[in-house]
Design a protein around this ligand. Structure first.
Ligand SMILES: Nc1ncnc2c1ncn2[C@@H]1O[C@H](COP(=O)(O)OP(=O)(O)OP(=O)(O)O)[C@@H](O)[C@H]1O
Ligand SMILES: [Mg+2]
Length: 371
């Protein structure tokens, strides 16, 4: 799979920009705030139908403008795929594949696998369980669209159940039969979600451990354990046991929406006991493991978006990361950096075809041609 070119219209600080991509490396160089990350986010958007950053679509519309549009020209298995995303605030967002609108945006996920590695990914370790669940859900959804459909169904019923509990709490009265009707709708998707997560995480842990050791060059044991109450009992039982608690708290306190990943180093919580460098290595290993898994199962390397990573890594770790990427039969990557010299050094190691762009205030100018 390759991204040949993409066009941004009124997306963040871009008015109209077309980017031709290298089949190997495409580099965006520029000072802070010039629009490098925005280009990576545009690519991510075309692959996933949404921004990498958790923010409303309306904020991605260029100031003073009334819509944004992204167009991507991909090749998948030798076949051209044109993806268009269009957002007009307060209207339904449109996503098209080869001119045909998707009935549901979620159907697009998995067609164009993508992995972003960004500086603030350390929030996976430092923040609440939601960031870790969304990492897991992002990976599994790209691997298996049916997983995403189960997740959407589960979340819909969960919301309805919570709304009902809240309504009972506020208006008094409680009808267990109504709550249990939702319980029955939740168990199917919950079981599927739990099973997928469990099956995925076992081999993933080992891969993560290997990659951590390769990146850090250190021998300490790290782990990433999947934690779910559904390991002990099926959801209907958990819901029954939690019924009184749910009633009092007016929300559903058990289920896959409470699952977590437990990151540890030498058996202790990573968040508290990892040094800055160890934390960075762990997160990189996690993202690389995601990349490897997607590559293995989709039988094509995902598009790799590397945002500012060489800035945040020491040379040694940066070099190891690159080696791991090359070794893994790597496909197409997009890299941002503020420092052209440093990026040049990286590019030389790849020995791959590359294109360089200078990014300045929402315009990107090509600095070289393919030899
Ligand atoms: N909706 C929008 N309309 C106009 N400008 C926007 C919009 N959203 C973001 N921007 C601008 O985009 C710029 C940031 O772009 P981006 O994050 O891509 O920069 P960067 O080149 O990656 O910088 P850094 O090196 O600091 O990471 C900021 O100047 C911001 O104000
Ligand atoms: Mg940036």
């Amino acid at each position: 799979m390759k991204l040949e070119s993409f066009i941004l219209t009124n997306f963040k600080n871009y008015s109209l920009q077309r980017i031709e991509c290298s089949p190997g490396l495409t580099c965006f160089i520029g000072r802070n705030g010039m629009g490098k990350t925005n280009l990576l986010d545009a690519i991510y958007y075309l692959c996933m139908g949404k921004s990498y950053f958790n923010m409303p679509d309306s904020l991605a519309v260029k100031h003073e403008e009334s819509f944004f549009r992204l167009e991507g020209h991909f090749t998948v298995d030798g076949k051209k795929e044109v993806v268009v995303a269009k957002v007009i605030p307060r209207k339904k967002k449109e996503l098209e594949r080869n001119g045909a609108p998707y009935r549901r945006l979620s159907e697009h996920v998995g067609l164009l696998p993508v992995v972003m590695i960004a500086p603030d990914d350390t929030n996976l370790a430092t923040e609440g369980s939601e960031t870790r669940r969304s990492f897991l859900d992002n990976t599994l959804s790209q691997l298996n669209n049916n997983y995403l459909q189960q997740l959407i169904t589960y979340n819909k019923v969960l919301q309805q159940r919570n709304a009902l509990l809240k309504q009972f709490g506020e208006n008094g009265g409680y009808n267990p039969a109504l709550v249990e009707a939702y319980d029955r709708q939740m168990t199917g998707p919950a079981t599927a979600i739990h099973q997928s997560r469990q099956q995925f995480m076992e081999p993933f842990r080992q891969l993560l451990q290997q990659l951590y050791q390769s990146i850090s060059g250190e021998a300490e044991e790290v782990d990433c354990r999947y934690v779910s109450k559904m390991d002990q009992a099926p959801l209907d039982e958990l819901l029954r046991d939690a019924a009184e608690k749910d009633r009092i708290l007016q929300r559903t306190t058990v289920g896959p929406h409470k699952d977590d990943l437990d990151f540890t180093i030498r058996g202790y919580p990573l968040k508290r006991f990892a040094s800055q460098g160890q934390l960075k290595s762990f997160i990189l290993a996690l993202k690389l493991a995601q990349y490897r898994k997607l590559m293995e199962e989709k039988r094509t390397p995902p598009i790799l978006l590397l945002d500012d990573i060489f800035d945040k890594l020491d040379n040694e770790r940066g070099r190891r990361l690159l080696e791991l990427l090359i070794e893994g039969d790597f496909g197409q990557a997009f890299i941002t950096d503020t420092d052209e010299q440093r990026l040049e050094a990286v590019i030389r190691q790849f020995g791959q075809q590359y294109l360089k762009y200078q990014v300045e205030n929402g315009t990107a100018a090509k600095l070289n041609r393919h030899e």
